[in-house]
Design a protein around this ligand. Structure first.
Ligand code: C5P
Length: 285
């Protein structure tokens, strides 16, 4: 049996460049891994079945589950005759832009590589990750910050930020947002218009002190369709948070704060204010 943490991500920067022929979008993004995590328990089975067990009704337990797809891909590619029970204890909000499903898929790949003694190298795991989803590759790397390009699946770890630990207040309105839907809306909104890379020069100091370089091209789209995004942003700004951004295709919104104390204090105030939001104090991991 294996017990693993499956971490969430934030996007500190996300520029959508263009629609591709395969109907994905080329983008440039800066990923951050955070300590908000699901637990994944892998238990070997006597038969060949892959069974997903999850405590959240928001997670599908059939063959559309991304962790299921990871396990099935490994079985098919490497002719594995063993099965597995994959228990997912969900803490990461689903459909929030925090990469929970992708992270579960990567954790399943990494864990089954051990459980089934496949001895796959990182490059092979990355290729498999790509086949499961655009964001899965980031979670294969054991790194806190990385650039993503292509459809988000080409990863370059940012070694210069390896020792940086940021604290965040993270708010996820209790609604689910469909990523394909948001990209389709982006297609309509930016039709014919070219987006250019906004200036991106990151160093640890800047990230800590200013939100100037925080950027997410999808925020304007999601916020138009889901007013909760703006409500959360306004609330955080009213509370004095300066660097605020939506993550991925949303609707989760985070702020960069200066300490654990500040994050925990904001969380306590926000929890008292609204029960239509899930609130977390999180840090880079
Ligand atoms: O790769 P993944 O399954 O996570 O992507 C979900 C959907 O999000 C895709 O089917 C596509 O509609 C959209 N997407 C996109 N461009 C990306 C990533 C995702 O259009 N770079």
């Amino acid at each position: 049996m294996l017990l693993l943490n499956s971490y969430a991500k934030l996007n500190l920067y996300l520029e959508v460049l263009e629609l591709r022929k395969d109907s994905y979008h080329n983008l440039k993004t800066l990923f951050e891994r955070i300590d908000l995590a699901d637990k994944i328990i892998l238990k070997p089975r006597e038969d060949k079945k892959i069974k997903i067990i999850c405590n959240s009704a928001d997670v599908p337990c059939d063959n559309t589950n991304l962790a299921y797809r990871s396990a099935k891909l490994l079985q098919d590619r490497f002719n594995i005759h063993r099965g597995v029970d994959i228990k997912i204890i969900k803490r990461i909000p689903v459909g929030a832009g925090l990469g929970g499903g992708s992270s579960n898929a990567a954790t399943a790949l990494l864990g089954l590589n051990i459980l089934w003694r496949l001895e796959l190298k990182q490059a092979q795991l990355l290729n498999l990750a790509r086949a499961v989803g655009s964001d899965v590759g980031f979670f294969i790397y054991n790194c806190p910050f990385a650039w993503g390009s292509g459809r988000g699946d080409r990863i370059k770890p940012l070694k210069s930020l390896n020792n940086l630990r940021l604290w965040h207040i993270l708010v996820a309105p209790k609604i689910k947002v469909s990523t394909p839907f948001i990209y389709k809306e982006w297609d309509k909104y930016f039709k014919g218009k070219k987006t250019r890379l906004t200036s991106i020069k990151y160093n640890a100091k800047m990230l800590n002190l200013t939100g100037r370089d925080l950027f997410n091209r999808l925020e304007i789209i999601t916020a138009k369709l889901y007013p909760q995004v703006r409500q959360v942003k306004d609330k955080l700004r009213d509370m004095g948070v300066k660097s605020i951004l939506m993550s991925g295709s949303g609707p989760a919104v985070f702020g960069i704060v200066s300490s654990r104390k500040e994050a925990v204090s904001l969380k306590a105030q926000l929890k008292a204010d609204s029960n239509s939001w899930q609130v977390f104090a999180v840090k880079t991991v």
